[in-house]
Design a protein around this ligand. Structure first.
Ligand code: ZN
Length: 266
């Protein structure tokens, strides 16, 4: 775990934070909610076989624990592509208190008191915050989104639409499946190399007939190449599959699971 990361236990909640982010934020774990069965207990996804009532109650409790307004939860819609949406006042509450009207794996905002949330159960959720302009974002990327460049695209949208400064922007890559555990066939590294070129080569390890891609390493490299200062790009260093006791890992559960959230709120 990166030295700036903290494991917080508050009542039934367990979540992770980063000392570098001076705004309300969290990477949630399984713990703190009311869901049961394979979604026990803090499932934040409506498409995991949980009841809508339980999921809504989980959001309500999480909002209370983090001190953010439940009425303004704003959700990504994760389709493994590169859509980035700006959350304006009319979009506050999207996905929970008003119907989802975007297909955006990343959402960004300058609005205060508007908790943004992206989802993970092995994928990388990155929280972004710029103290110079007080702007924030959340970006979901599995290997497809990472290969398609959603992280640098999120930075570009923040700069163009919100005035975010690249040289003060802080990014924290959350708990996610790491290289040791992320075993794939050749299709994954080949697809990533087709889209990102030779820069991915140092992040691909060959083990017999299988491959292990360092998604977080690639994410850090892409963010640094996008103009973020090396000291402002933080890889949390936590593997969801190694810590399947605390996190739902898509691989460890074979898909029968709830889902965690990465949250940031100005
Ligand atoms: Zn692992």
């Amino acid at each position: 775990m990166h030295q700036s990361m903290c494991r917080i236990q508050r009542g039934p909640f367990v979540y992770y934070t980063c000392r570098r982010l001076p705004v309300r934020h969290a990477f949630t774990t399984k713990f703190g909610g009311v869901s049961t069965g394979h979604c026990e207990s803090l499932n934040l996804g409506f498409n995991r076989g949980d009841t809508e009532e339980n999921v809504r109650e989980n959001y309500r409790r999480l909002a209370e624990a983090l001190g953010v307004p439940d009425a303004r939860w704003t959700l990504t819609k994760q389709i493994h592509e590169t859509g980035v949406s700006v959350v304006e006042e009319e979009q506050a509450g999207m996905g929970l208190h008003q119907p989802m009207a975007w297909q955006s794996d990343a959402i960004v905002t300058a609005l205060p008191d508007t908790p943004l949330i992206g989802f993970y159960a092995d994928c990388v959720v990155t929280l972004l915050y710029d103290p110079a302009t007080h702007t924030a974002g959340v970006c979901h990327s599995g290997w497809r989104g990472m290969a398609a460049g959603i992280l640098p695209k999120t930075v570009a949208v923040m700069e163009q639409k919100l005035g975010t400064k690249r040289d003060s922007l802080i990014a924290v890559l959350g708990p996610s499946i790491r290289q040791e555990c992320f075993e794939t066939d050749a299709d994954v590294p080949e697809a990533m190399e087709r889209q990102l070129g030779a820069l991915v080569q140092p992040y691909i390890m060959e083990k017999g007939p299988k491959f292990h891609v360092d998604l977080q390493g690639i994410g850090v490299k892409l963010l640094q190449d996008a103009g973020l200062a090396p000291e402002n790009v933080i890889d949390s260093g936590i593997c969801t599959m190694c810590h399947a006791d605390e996190f739902w890992s898509h691989r460890a559960t074979h898909g029968l699971r709830g889902v965690q959230g990465g949250v940031i709120c100005l």
